[in-house]
Ligand binder design. Structure first.
Ligand code: 5AD
Ligand code: SF4
Length: 439
């Protein structure tokens, strides 16, 4: 039997699209290889959000050269966001002449056809289409899901926000919502198959339905409908843009017990001047008011965020406001990045680019501050009882995850069942893990 190996980079959207690529390959009779060396086809599902991602991918593509040398029939395909960029297919082909197929972020569903064409012609295929928009066909591709308990469900594709640093709207196209009925059916099927945590995916889930592609269903309505489905499961979603997180969504989150009390709410920066230059459409004050409102309705909520340091023009004072903001909000988790210049974005042309040494110093400092905040918050969980899904076990312990994604370890004192939720008393915080006991 022929085998495939897929390298995946980037966000949850890509992780989920890899499940679709795997579905297409398995329908064609391929099975999953344990490692790239054993594969007959290797796919790179790429990301281009930052230059560091691209460098890593280029390094990894280069590293398979010996495999291709040893196995002449090996097929190498590169797809996803990095491949979608203007002129990238030609650049990749020039750099790595052994690449056979290149296709873009919104062409995933045609991968099977590309493969057939390549197999019959054995000629390099460039299937990247400029400005390709998402089409409903992607939803009908069956997935080979990586995990039996946690499932991703796309509710929309693309992004309309054009934050000035971000390449996503250029490679993923405009926002397009999936029909609610199709989403409901997919979630129901997953629940029937035993999935326990459903995560709804979109670049900006709060604008679901605002493109007029649904029957009027907005994100709050979609969430509420799914949260009322039968079964013991939890519902999560990402990513929320602070400018679009409505009171209605907060109400629904607060009142529906099946919606996880966790929220990823990227703030990006703490200075109003930087937020404006980023085109984020909110001020620090508006963001902090939103957090206050959320905490008023859901005091137990765990929050996470994304932050960029060293955006063009960011002064020490601007940066200090980001420091102040994270200290004020106290996120359980923050993903902190150094600004990376992306070709074709508005910020690429901005003057006052921040020197790399300054960016390094800021990220180092901010990571340290955030680490301390996270440690304190997790220590504050000692003595509390939280709901945990057990997802694995070893001889000594059950291992699960809290709603915020934090690993929780429970000594095997009495028999529990992996795949079930339990109320767990947190008794310790040790080496980055919560230690619990069954309530
Ligand atoms: N440089 C650094 N970080 C970026 N992000 C998006 N574009 C860039 C960029 N050019 C970050 C943002 C976003 C997260 C997914 O990636 O913080 O929320
Ligand atoms: Fe990028 Fe902004 Fe869209 Fe998020 S909301 S994908 S940061 S443009």
């Amino acid at each position: 039997m022929k085998k495939y190996f897929i390298y995946t980079y980037g966000c949850q959207m890509n992780v989920h699209e890899t499940e679709k690529l795997a579905g297409i390959l398995e329908e064609k009779g391929y099975s999953k290889a344990e490692n790239a060396t054993d594969a007959d086809i290797i796919v790179f599902n790429t990301c281009c959000i930052r230059e560091s991602a691209e460098q890593k991918i280029l390094g990894n593509i280069g590293a398979i050269k010996p495999i291709k040398k040893a196995k002449k029939d090996l097929i190498v395909a590169v797809c996803g966001c990095m491949a979608q960029q203007k002129d990238m297919a030609a650049t990749l082909r020039k750099k790595f002449p052994f690449i056979n197929i290149v296709f873009g972020a919104n062409n995933i569903e045609y991968f099977g056809e590309y493969l057939d064409t390549y197999l019959s012609q054995r000629k390099f295929l460039n299937k990247v289409e400029a400005d390709k928009q998402y089409s409903e066909n992607i939803a009908s591709v069956s997935c080979v899901r990586d995990n039996a308990l946690y499932a991703y469900v796309n509710i929309m594709y693309g992004c309309n926000n054009f934050c000035t640093y971000c390449i996503v709207p250029y490679v993923r196209g405009r926002e397009k919502s999936r029909a609610p009925e199709a989403i409901y059916q997919e979630v129901k099927n997953l629940l029937a198959m035993g999935y326990k945590v459903i995560t709804l995916l979109g670049q900006n889930v709060n604008s679901y339905g605002l493109d007029g592609n649904t029957d009027g269903t907005n994100f709050a309505k979609l969430l509420e409908t799914i949260a009322n489905f039968d079964g013991d499961f939890e519902l999560r979603f990402m990513t929320s843009h602070p400018k679009d997180l409505s009171d209605e969504v907060i109400e629904v989150m607060a009142k529906c017990p099946k919606i996880s009390k966790t929220l990823h709410l990227p703030v990006q920066a703490g200075s109003n001047k930087t937020l404006k230059a980023m085109n984020r459409s909110y001020t620090k004050e508006a963001y902090l008011n939103l957090i206050e409102k959320i905490r008023e309705k859901m005091p137990e909520i765990t929050l996470s965020t994304d932050i960029i340091v060293g955006f063009p023009g960011e002064t020490d004072e601007d940066y200090q406001q980001t420091v102040d903001l994270i200290k004020q909000v106290r996120y359980h988790n923050a993903f902190i990045f150094m600004y990376s210049k992306r070709k074709g974005t508005i910020a690429e042309k901005m003057e006052n680019q921040v020197p790399i040494a300054v960016k390094r110093e800021r990220i180092h400092n901010l990571l340290e501050i955030q680490h301390e905040i996270s440690e304190q918050l997790f220590k504050e969980m000692i003595g509390k009882t939280i709901r945990v899904l057990l997802d694995t076990e070893n001889t000594k312990e059950y291992i699960g995850k809290a709603q915020c994604g934090k690993v929780v370890k429970i000594a095997k004192e009495k028999p529990l069942k992996v795949g079930n939720f339990y109320d767990i008393d947190i008794i310790e915080y040790n080496k980055g893990n919560l230690i619990g006991r069954i309530n």
